[in-house]
Design a protein around this ligand. Structure first.
Ligand SMILES: [Zn+2]
Length: 88
């Protein structure tokens, strides 16, 4: 599900809250792209690296998590093919 603008901003803020120094996405400029409606998986793009997309399982905690959490994995391209593998 492609996220609308308000949702994107909220997801980006939440990711920044959860990642601590040592996490692969810490300090990166991240852009929320899509969110699964059925679970808490969110796909983020990394602005510094146009080929870097990460699927992150947000914990919705209010404080930074301990790396490697929140759980994230880098998606291979093309993105559409990677997301086809996400089912419930
Ligand atoms: Zn899902």
């Amino acid at each position: 599900m492609i996220a609308d603008k308000d949702t994107r901003v909220a997801l980006e803020e939440q990711l920044r809250t959860e990642v601590a120094n040592g996490h692969p996405l810490f300090g990166k400029t991240i852009i929320a792209i899509a969110r699964c409606d059925a679970c808490d998986e969110v796909v983020f793009g990394v602005e510094e690296d146009p080929a870097w997309f990460a699927q992150v399982h947000l914990t919705w905690g209010s404080a930074p998590d301990r790396p490697p959490w929140p759980d994230s994995r880098r998606l291979s391209l093309p993105l559409a093919d990677s997301l086809l593998g996400h089912h419930h």
